[in-house]
Ligand binder design. Structure first.
Ligand code: HGA
Length: 610
């Protein structure tokens, strides 16, 4: 999603700004831009192409200067077009522009502000909500940018991280945040702003995380932060080693394929040679917290939500603790009955997912203080906001469609089920040893499933001509069917729906014809015979079944039933193994359809807007 980089320095800062944008590129965006101060004026370049294209434009137009801001935009208000790309300018129409501004987030009262500013004579060049902030700052500007931004932010409703600079105060960039992340990076006689410390890797590792309501005044040798009340505040400076992980593709065609194949390593790293199950894996205070809770509330979005749904089966069956799983964007706005003895678990790859962060704050506002996050970024807002954390070690995930982040989340959630069970005296030593053995073998087991790729590619060729697909699963494999359908939708644009197989006859069976492929997850578990009956219901109506069956299920291929055998039955951890072929099926189907696998249309990587 949107990314911000800003700088005040005494050298040409454009390369640092564009390098920062490159580092944020993988999050997905549809346009980008940069503005700098040079020779008494503001200069800007914007593009609806990639950052590399912006770079050539910058070189051609000689956009260079020692103060500047840059942005990657994922459009929310106004089409992804050059005139809507940030930075936005403002100023008196008769003179050269005075204010340049970039923004992440959504301004909810933009219509009302637009009318007011139009009445004051401002002419709008874009359809964005962002442009109102630029004009508002200009309107309020009376010689002090910090003051103008402080006043402007008081008028804004919604979420924002902004970076602004002014032609008349060229050694100053002012930033502000409310609901969207923004960090300050400190250098020697130069300072930086970014929406993520990752953007500043290689430039500075001295990072300050701004808090909601903060406004920061960045000058060459000074960083001055005020809080939402306008009081000067000290915010800690952290030394942050951001893993920039050489994003080499190696022998793979796409990052998604590379990341699918990295899963044995990612899961092994996430397990970090764990010797025994202890609550402390989740933080120093975990034992006390786990002792005190009597239920679990999981809050997440998208793929992470499906990880949460799978975890419900594990936690309820292993630890015998009731679990509720909620879509974060719904939970934050509904009237719910809070229980102060809930363990609130948020799941997010980036740790910056706007809806999940807001849901977490909402839960805390309702008096639920026992919070835990499962997250892939140790420096993220989610980790800072939660009492407890488990950091998955998936490494940087570039493909927009999540793969290794999901399976490492599942690994961490299985550990959570075990740790909760242990705290509640529900985990025998024998069960603990057995579970640890299965976890340690998991990377090898995933490797064996990855070897099925050639067979899955043959199926993908047949899927490529379809426009619809159904995915069936039962029990703890139902969320995996949901994830499989989501993966196919995201990257191949084939419409896919997932159902618990027993639900078929209550409606979706009406969709089944010879044209409808039905992907079925068939582990050898206590629901297998029921599932086989559901498969017969599809077969009898001419539907074509594509079954991922455990080796010992006795499901064989026949007319209309295609079977790929999974190498081994993996008991409670089976959902992790059954995820892999569904990822490969979506990936190869998308390749066969020629879509942009790593950057699917309309989607972004870390969803930092509501
Ligand atoms: N609302 C702004 C910024 C969108 C954004 O933050 N996306 O991640 C716009 O549409 O330009």
């Amino acid at each position: 999603m949107c990314g911000i980089v800003g700088a005040v320095a005494q050298r040409d800062i454009t390369p640092v700004l564009l390098e920062g944008l490159k580092r944020l590129e993988y999050r997905g965006y549809d346009s980008c831009g940069v503005a700098v101060y040079a020779e008494g004026e503001l200069r800007r370049a914007r593009s609806t192409e990639r950052v590399a294209e912006l770079l050539s434009q910058v070189e051609k137009d000689k956009v260079a200067g020692f103060t500047g801001i840059a942005h990657t935009r994922w459009a929310t208000h106004g089409a992804p077009a050059t005139h809507n790309a940030h930075p936005h300018f403002s100023g008196n129409a008769k003179s050269s522009p005075r204010i340049a501004l970039v923004h992440n987030g959504i301004i909810e009262n933009h219509d009302e502000l637009r009318e007011e500013l139009q009445a004051a004579g401002y002419v709008f060049e874009s359809q964005t909500d962002t442009e109102v902030i630029a004009h508002l700052v200009d309107h309020l500007y009376a010689g002090d940018l910090l003051e103008a931004v402080q006043q402007a932010t008081r008028r804004l409703t919604g979420a924002y991280a902004i970076a602004v600079f002014c032609r008349d105060e060229p050694h100053r960039v002012v930033g502000a945040r409310h609901g969207s992340p923004l960090v300050v990076g400190r250098g020697v006689n130069e300072n930086f702003l970014a929406s993520d410390a990752l953007a500043l890797a290689g430039t500075t590792d001295q990072i300050t995380y701004l808090e909601d309501g903060d406004v920061v005044d960045l000058q060459l040798a000074r960083v001055w932060i005020t809080d939402s009340e306008g009081r000067a505040v000290d915010r800690e400076v952290h030394t942050v080693q951001v893993h920039t992980g050489a994003a080499e593709l190696g022998p793979y065609r796409h990052y998604m394929q590379k990341e699918i194949f990295e899963q044995p390593r990612a899961v092994a790293d996430t397990l970090q040679d764990i010797e025994s199950i202890t609550p402390e894996l989740f933080g120093d205070q975990a034992y006390k917290v786990f002792k005190d809770i009597d239920n679990v509330l999981i809050l997440a979005c998208g793929t992470s939500y499906y990880a949460g749904l799978t975890a419900r089966y594990w936690i309820e069956s292993i630890a015998k603790i009731p679990v509720n799983v909620e879509i974060a964007s719904e939970y934050r706005y509904r009237d719910s009955v809070p229980n102060p003895r809930s363990l609130v678990v948020t799941i997010s790859q980036s740790g910056e997912t706007a809806d999940t962060l807001a849901a977490l704050k909402h839960a805390r506002g309702l008096g639920m203080e026992h919070t835990l996050t499962i997250c892939n970024v140790a420096t993220s807002a989610m980790v800072r906001e939660c009492k407890l954390a488990y950091i998955t070690r998936a490494g940087v995930e570039i493909g927009v469609a999540s793969t290794k982040a999901f399976t490492t989340q599942l690994t961490a959630l299985f550990l959570l089920a075990l740790a909760l069970a242990q705290t509640k005296d529900k985990l025998s030593e024998e069960k603990e040893a057995e579970s640890l053995k299965a976890l340690r073998h998991l990377p090898v087991a995933i490797g064996a499933v990855l070897a099925l790729e050639p067979q899955i590619m043959a199926w993908a060729d047949r899927f490529a001509s379809k426009e619809n697909a159904l995915f069936l699963g039962r029990g703890m494999h139902y969320p995996i069917a949901l994830e499989g359908a989501l993966k196919l939708k995201e990257i191949s644009y084939i419409h896919a729906e997932a159902y618990p197989a027993g639900e078929l006859k209550h409606g979706p069976l009406a969709l089944v014809t010879e044209a409808m492929p039905v992907v079925t997850i068939a582990p050898r578990d206590e629901l297998l015979e029921k599932l086989k009956s559901n498969m017969q219901e599809v077969h009898a109506r001419g539907g074509e079944l594509y079954v991922f069956a455990d080796a010992d299920t006795r499901i064989g291929s026949s007319e209309g039933i295609h079977v790929i055998r999974m190498p081994e039955n993996y008991g409670k951890l089976s959902p992790i193994l059954h995820t892999i072929p569904l990822q490969l099926l979506a990936y190869h189907t998308a390749c066969a359809r020629g879509t942009d696998v790593d950057k699917p249309r309309n989607l972004a990587k870390s969803v930092t807007v509501e």
